[in-house]
Design a protein around this ligand. Structure first.
Ligand code: MG
Length: 172
């Protein structure tokens, strides 16, 4: 098994669409960033990469590269998933916490849960989506996401990892 953790934050900005967990949410502000600012998918990408010690999102998609301007963050998750599969693992479950003052995530949480599950090729029951408001943090203009993932080794990989052959001890 492998565990991964990811964290991200983005600032709210008027006039941009709000994307969280690959879902468009109705709101008067969106999250600013080089890509579509999807804070949850960025934290998820880092959690997946971290679980297989494959670097971080910035290493694959540098913000300095104009190619990723306004990019759909689904691309980042797909790349991270590729690294997970390459290492011989599949996702067992994901848990997440969003921290933002507005909009309320509750009415959209099942949509986000289903979309994240779809992206990862798992069931909604394997994806935890939780949300809180930033009480006492004075962070009402930001959205923060924490994501933890658990990976398990695939059957194919398990078989290829044969136990080391024991050499018979030489008699003195
Ligand atoms: Mg980000």
């Amino acid at each position: 098994m492998r565990i991964g953790f990811g964290w991200d934050s983005h600032e709210f900005k008027a006039g941009v669409p709000l994307r969280i967990g690959g879902v468009s949410l109705p709101h008067d502000k969106g999250l600013s960033g080089h890509s579509d600012g999807d804070v949850l998918l960025h934290a998820l990408t880092d959690a997946l990469l971290g679980a297989v010690a494959a670097g971080d999102i910035g290493g694959y998609f540098p913000p300095s590269d104009p190619k990723w301007k306004g990019a759909d963050s689904v691309i980042f998750v797909k790349e991270a998933l590729k690294q997970v599969r390459r290492a011989g693992y599949i996702v067992a479950n994901v848990d997440s916490t969003l921290i933002l003052a507005e909009p309320k995530i509750g009415p959209h949480s099942s949509n986000i849960q289903e979309r994240v599950a779809e992206l990862l090729g798992i069931t909604p029951g394997q994806v935890g989506i939780k949300a809180k408001t930033p009480e006492g943090l004075n962070l009402d203009n930001a959205a923060i996401a924490h994501v933890a993932v658990l990976l398990v080794v695939t059957e194919k990989e398990k078989k290829s990892r044969k136990p080391p052959i024991k050499k018979p001890r030489k008699k003195k």
